[in-house]
Design a binder for this molecule. Structure first.
Ligand code: PLP
Length: 397
């Protein structure tokens, strides 16, 4: 009965989601505090207090017909204006209200961006490891995802391999920095080189290639790391942003798509994106949350909490003998599996009630992802379990 397009999705249902279900099952069996669930990037740090206050104030003081009503598909003007102003102050950009379209999280921003760019058979390039849903989003518009293999030394993009992957069918490139699952931040130098390659290929092929910068983790950077603003390096850039992680609001489904004036056909793309949001079935981003964002545009979660978790888990794993690059941002550790087949490592970890996601879910086998957006106590309590796991792994090797 179901469509041909849905069949593979049903079979390959996200390993991350399956791990989440497994976590719920194990917690019911052994108790919440006896399971160390590092599977899902669901923030445990609460939304900043300004968010709750804004919700209360809006409900108390604003006209409910306005608060809960339809608005233009692109979103409330005051929200879009507030976001444009905040970006201009922080990154020296020149956005206006018209450049910002409110979306249902980053997922809907990515879908809108791909819908307005792709014809069937067009290619989108990304770098392994990558957020697994990119494949499904590209397939939604009958595009083809081309994946540049990982540079497992640095997990920075392999730009030589990238240049060779670009062809006349290439319409877009998706990057994600700070990065899920490695925590890497693309340096200014990397972005400059990437932009140079794209400029050169556009000239050579006579085509337009858009860079889609997927940035749900922009605000989660540690040790003073700078996250360069991508529109400053390449004019044909679209920025996909989300408040899921930066304000801990993943269930509220709020984000935006930003297209700068300097992008080719910017006006037409902006008009098309507003329609793409509507015809995708989202119609508009959630109204109450848009009004919250207008008031909380510069609010921030407690990044120091994630930083403490990062240090505790990273130091704990390294002292057990595991290998992992220290992440600069986001809230994930990407750990080298002691076995070539990392699913064996994940299965073994379950014996110690540790849940982690195999790297093949991000097109990077041989590694596992641990999401450290959990309580500090969970990390501390998990360390003896990691020590026992390390003993078993290294004894077997
Ligand atoms: N992009 C990346 C890299 C992500 O890690 C996620 C969520 O985890 C998303 C996009 C989707 O974000 P949202 O929940 O805002 O749609």
């Amino acid at each position: 009965m179901i469509s041909e397009k849905m069949k593979p999705l049903l079979h390959n249902n996200s390993a991350i989601r399956m791990m989440f279900e497994e976590g719920s099952r194990m917690k019911a069996l052994y108790g919440e505090d006896q399971v160390y669930d590092f599977s899902l990037g669901n923030p445990n740090v609460p939304a900043p207090p300004e968010v709750k206050q804004a919700i209360l104030d809006i409900l108390e003081t604003q006209d409910p017909v306005y608060v809960h009503g339809y608005m233009s598909n692109a979103g409330f003007p005051e929200t879009r204006k507030a976001i444009a102003g905040s970006l201009n102050r922080r990154f020296g950009t020149c956005f206006c209200e018209k450049n910002i379209l409110m979306t249902v999280g980053a997922a809907s921003g990515l879908n809108a961006a791909l819908k307005i760019l792709l014809n069937p058979g067009d290619r989108v390039i990304t770098f392994a490891p990558y957020f697994v849903e990119y494949g499904s989003y590209v397939a939604n518009y009958d595009g083809e995802l081309a994946v540049v293999p990982p540079d497992t030394e640095t997990f920075q993009p392999d730009l030589e391999a990238f240049a060779k992957t670009i062809d006349e069918k290439t319409k877009a490139v998706i990057i994600n920095t700070p990065h899920n699952p490695t925590g890497v931040i693309y340096s200014e130098e990397t972005l400059r080189r990437l932009a140079d390659i794209l400029e050169q290929k556009q000239r050579e092929l006579g085509t337009t290639i858009f860079l889609i910068s997927d940035e749900p983790y922009r605000e989660l950077a540690y040790d003073g790391a700078v996250v360069p603003y991508v529109t400053q390096y390449y004019r044909n850039t679209m920025v996909v942003y989300s408040y899921s992680k930066s304000l801990s609001l993943p269930g509220e489904r709020i984000g935006y798509l930003a297209i700068p004036d300097e992008a080719e056909d910017a006006e037409q793309l902006l008009a098309a994106a507003a329609i793409a949001i509507r015809v995708s079935g989202a119609v508009n981003a959630p109204s109450l949350m848009q009004l919250v964002i207008a008031r909380c545009v510069d609010a921030a979660v407690d990044v120091a909490y994630y930083d403490r978790n990062r240090n505790a888990l990273y130091n704990g794993l390294i002292s057990c003998g595991f290998t992992c690059a220290k992440p600069q941002g986001a809230f994930y550790l990407f750990v080298k599996s002691p076995f070539a087949d990392e699913t064996k490592f994940c299965e073994m970890a379950k014996k110690y009630h540790i849940l982690m996601v195999p790297g093949r879910s991000f097109a990077c086998p041989g590694y596992v992802r641990l999401a450290y957006c959990v309580s500090y106590e969970t990390i501390q309590n998990s360390l003896p379990a990691f020590q026992a796991l390390a003993r078993e792994c290294f004894a077997e090797k």
